[in-house]
Every structure is written in C-alpha cells, then in structure tokens.
Design a protein around this ligand. Structure first.
Ligand code: SAM
Length: 273
C-alpha cells in the first residue's frame, strides 16, 4: 500500500484539505490528553525563563502558544514549518493571543535548517518525526542547532500501536495498519530513537510512554478516522465499501457509547553532549 503522508506532502494539498488539517491540529491541542502530555514534558524540561526555543514542524503553532502561555517562560521561540499556509496561520493565532512578541514563525525544511550551529537552548519536534522524508537527517539538524548542554525533545505516536475496535478482528487489523501506513511515512520510528540518538551526539536523559485511549466516547480518534480514511481509500489496498462499513461502525459505536480506540505516544528528552 502506497504511503501518501498528508503532512509530508502538505504543499500538494488543496485549500479545503489544508483547512481540515488546521482544524484538526487546533482541536488536538485542546484535547485534554494531548494538553496533559505536552504539559508533562514542558514541566519536566524546566526551560530556563530566557531560553531560545525552536520547534521544527510547528504546524499552526499550538505547541509554542502553550509554551508562551506558561508563567515560567519569557524567552523567544521560533517555529519552522514547510507549509506557508500553516506558518501564516500560526502567526495570526499568536497575534490573536497576544503572544507574538515572543513567537516567530518561518517557512523552512526540517532537513536543512536555516540556523547557525548551537543557536538554541531547546529544540522540539512534536509529532513531526513520524511524517518526515528522512528522520535521521532531521534529528541530525536538531542536534546541530541546539547548543552543547541544550535539550532536544521528540514527542510522537508509535502508530504501529494504533488500534480501533471492530467486530471483524481480521479486517480491523488490516484497517489499523492501513490507517498507519497511509498517513505516516515513519509509523514505527519512535521505537528506533534510543538507538539513533547517541549516534547524533544526543544523550538520552529521560524517555516515557503514554497510551492515549478513548473508551465509550470518541473525540480525537473520531476526527483521526474521519480525516484519514480518505487517504486509506486513495491508497487503494482495501475495498472502499469495507472501509465505509468500518467508518460507519466507528460512528455508531460513538453514538451508542461502545467506542474503543488507542495509540501509544512516546516522549524522549535528550541532551546535546
Ligand atoms: C502533525 S503536524 C504537527 C504540527 C505541530 N507540531 C503540532 O503538534 O500542532 C506535522 C507538521 O510537520 C510539518 N512538516 C512535515 N515535514 C516537514 C519538513 N520536512 N520540514 C518542515 N515541516 C515539516 C507539516 O507541514 C505539519 O505542519
């Protein structure tokens, strides 16, 4: 099945598809579980008040706006994304929240960062690394632009663990795999990081996992299914009619309170040696 990760090929999407992704990123940032996971690593990091922070693959800037809202951060943060629409949206949202004096957003490619070596105290990739063309090249750029002793944070899903309940277990398995493979260029990359980070001069300081689970109610995973089912259909590995039956079953399960979906998310905090 061909992977056509929408976040990797974002500059080929039409305006309607981009609008759906903007809405999805913003609604995920409001989701209680995701807000808690972000807060957990920001608290653990204890970013110095005047730090210079970079987020690669910043999307609509939701992560940096959360950082700017924290009482313990008065530094400057830069967000880089390959998508001009996202960068413009991020700047607009930051202005609307009156945090634009501390946040700047720029178009750029995470594989070739346009910053000098050792120019940031903290570099963050929040659900970026699963989407990029070459994860090792992106990690190596993150390691380059952080100063010695500075922190690198990588947060992302292990999409090989993504699962929805479906009465036909065999089709359910195939659908889980199809969703992961059609939407993520690197669905299993988070398992590789403990091995890859030391090769890049990054010492793993802490790493942990959290399951994001929705039982009975479905919000994040409802939007996930509705956003990405079209990409599964386009990939063409499963009969469209069966994919529709699966999606209807998920909607019905949400309506009658019997829904179940889950995915593991991992956080790695590393220090530049
Ligand atoms: C799932 S979104 C995450 C956005 C943001 N970090 C958040 O959590 O709200 C992934 C983002 O990575 C961006 N992206 C993917 N590949 C990129 C690359 N090579 N360089 C810069 N940005 C990239 C996409 O445009 C998209 O905005």
């Amino acid at each position: 099945m061909a992977a056509r990760d929408p976040h990797r090929f974002i500059n080929e999407l039409d305006d309607a598809a981009l609008e759906r992704l903007v809405a999805r990123l913003e609604s995920r940032a409001q989701d209680e579980a995701f807000a808690r996971l972000l807060d957990k690593y920001l608290t653990h990091l204890a970013i110095p008040p005047a730090a210079r922070v970079l987020e690669v693959g910043c999307g609509t800037g939701a992560v940096l706006r959360s950082l700017a809202r924290r009482g313990d951060f008065n530094g400057q943060a830069v967000g880089v994304d390959q998508c001009r629409t996202f960068v413009e949206t991020a700047s607009r949202f930051a202005q609307a929240e009156h945090v634009d004096d501390r946040l700047t957003f720029k178009v750029g490619d995470a594989h070739h960062l346009d910053f000098p070596t050792a120019s940031f105290d903290v570099v963050i990739a929040h659900t970026l690394i699963s989407h990029v063309t070459a994860p090792l090249a992106v990690l190596s750029e993150m390691a380059r632009v952080v100063r010695p002793g500075g922190s690198v944070v990588i947060f992302d899903g292990d999409y090989a663990s993504l699962t929805y309940a479906f009465a036909d277990h065999d089709f359910g398995n195939r659908m889980d795999a199809a969703l992961a493979n059609a939407t993520f260029n690197n669905p299993r990359v988070m398992r590789d990081l403990p091995r890859l980070l030391p090769e890049l001069g990054l010492r793993l300081v802490a790493g942990w996992g959290d399951a994001v689970v929705e039982i009975g109610r479905g919000s994040y995973f409802k939007s996930f299914a509705e956003t990405y089912v079209p990409y599964v259909k386009r990939a063409g590995g499963l009969p469209e009619h069966s994919v529709e039956i699966w999606l209807d079953a998920q909607r019905q399960a949400i309506a009658n309170g019997t829904f179940f979906a889950a995915c593991n998310y991992y956080t790695y905090l590393a220090r530049r040696v």
